[in-house]
Write a protein that binds this ligand. Structure first.
Ligand SMILES: Cc1ncc(C[n+]2csc(CCOP(=O)(O)OP(=O)(O)O)c2C)c(N)n1
Length: 335
């Protein structure tokens, strides 16, 4: 738990809104802790990348997006999917590989997808979805849809050519993309200082004529405020925007990682800035919630996570004879 550090709110906060933000971050945390437990029991297979510690970024940014906006994420996307409003049961069933999963059980943890929510992955190729985001934003613009495409990626992706090509073309073509760099300081076991000649990612936006801002990614209110400012600008100018959220992952890169590249003391230091207790303290301090409210939130979260697990457990395995379905588009397979 965090000591008595109470952040100064960057904006006035309403009771209901504050409680909702807290609920969503706690839901993501408990959902992922449960996922890790189920992984060790081999209920969830394949890869599993946890977002623990970074919740303020996904929840904060989602507050600035409308239902029509597109969202693309990396493989560390359980938090974004939950914050986008995809049902926890459909996400858990996906990780179990059940037909009731949001990607019909074919994607697993790294490929959560829900077209109805305009949530386009879950992408496992580092940097691969940045180009897709520019393409989607361009398509929206041509179709005069007036929506934004929001693309989350790590600082590891920002060291790749894909990032620079995407930034260049988004600026050149005036594509309404909100680039969110989740800078958690490590790309697997590589610290940022070993992969970036300039570690301040926000310095890279202006090189492409893209307006950029950096924000404390452990402070959900600051993230929300910055994201709203960014989307406001994109909606009025039609231009892309780069928002760098400086954050930290508390757990290993994935379930296979001995974490030999960083000291435990560094992790402990960052845990003192855990976004959940920080927001909780702020809300308590402002008398917007009390201990009883916190207990109610925790109880409701626990029930929601349990419901998701029950849904996944009772879900259906895809029959073997259907495995070749959806491999090609309907049109091609009809021929
Ligand atoms: C093109 C490509 N190269 C390498 C990998 C292997 N890989 C998977 S995750 C990862 C680290 C990416 O770090 P970052 O972009 O900072 O995101 P984070 O995992 O920290 O959220 C790497 C190198 C990959 N999936 N795709």
């Amino acid at each position: 738990m965090v000591e008595e550090t109470v952040i100064q709110p960057v904006q006035a906060i309403e009771k209901d809104h504050g409680s909702r933000l807290l609920y969503q971050m706690i839901l993501i945390r408990r959902f992922e802790e449960k996922s890790a437990e189920l992984y060790t029991k081999e209920k969830i297979r394949g890869f599993l990348h946890l977002y623990v510690g970074e919740e303020a970024v996904a929840v904060g940014v989602m507050q600035a997006l409308s239902a029509e906006d597109n969202v693309l994420c990396t493989y560390r996307e359980h938090g974004h999917a939950l914050a986008r409003g995809i049902d926890a049961g459909a996400i858990m069933a996906e990780m179990y590989g059940k037909v009731e999963g949001c990607s019909r059980g074919r994607g697993g943890s790294m490929h959560l997808f829900d077209a109805k929510k305009n949530f386009y992955g879950g992408n496992a190729i580092v940097g691969g979805h940045l180009g897709m985001a520019v393409g989607m934003a361009l398509a929206s613009k041509k179709q005069k849809k007036n929506n934004i495409t929001c693309c989350f990626f790590g600082e590891g992706a920002a060291a790749e050519g894909e990032f620079h090509e995407a930034m260049n073309l988004a600026a050149l073509w005036n594509a309404p993309v909100l680039f969110i760099c989740e800078n958690n300081l490590y790309a697997m076991g590589t610290a940022i200082r070993y992969s970036h000649s300039v570690v301040e990612i926000e310095k890279k936006g202006p090189a492409y004529g893209i307006e950029t801002m950096a924000v404390d990614g452990m402070d959900i209110l600051a993230v929300e405020k910055a994201a709203k400012e960014a989307t406001g600008k994109i909606r009025t100018t039609g231009r892309p925007f780069l928002l760098v959220c400086n954050t930290y992952r508390f757990r290993a890169h994935s379930m296979f990682d001995a974490e030999l590249y960083r000291n435990k003391s560094e992790v402990e230091e960052w845990k003192k800035r855990d976004p959940i207790p920080v927001l909780q303290q702020l809300l308590l301090h402002q008398n917007l919630i009390n201990q009883n409210d916190i207990e109610v939130i925790n109880k409701e979260v626990q029930e929601e996570v349990q419901k998701a697990v029950d849904f996944a457990e009772t879900g259906t395995w895809e029959p073997v004879e259907e495995l070749t379905k959806f491999v090609y588009s309907e049109k091609i397979s009809e021929k």
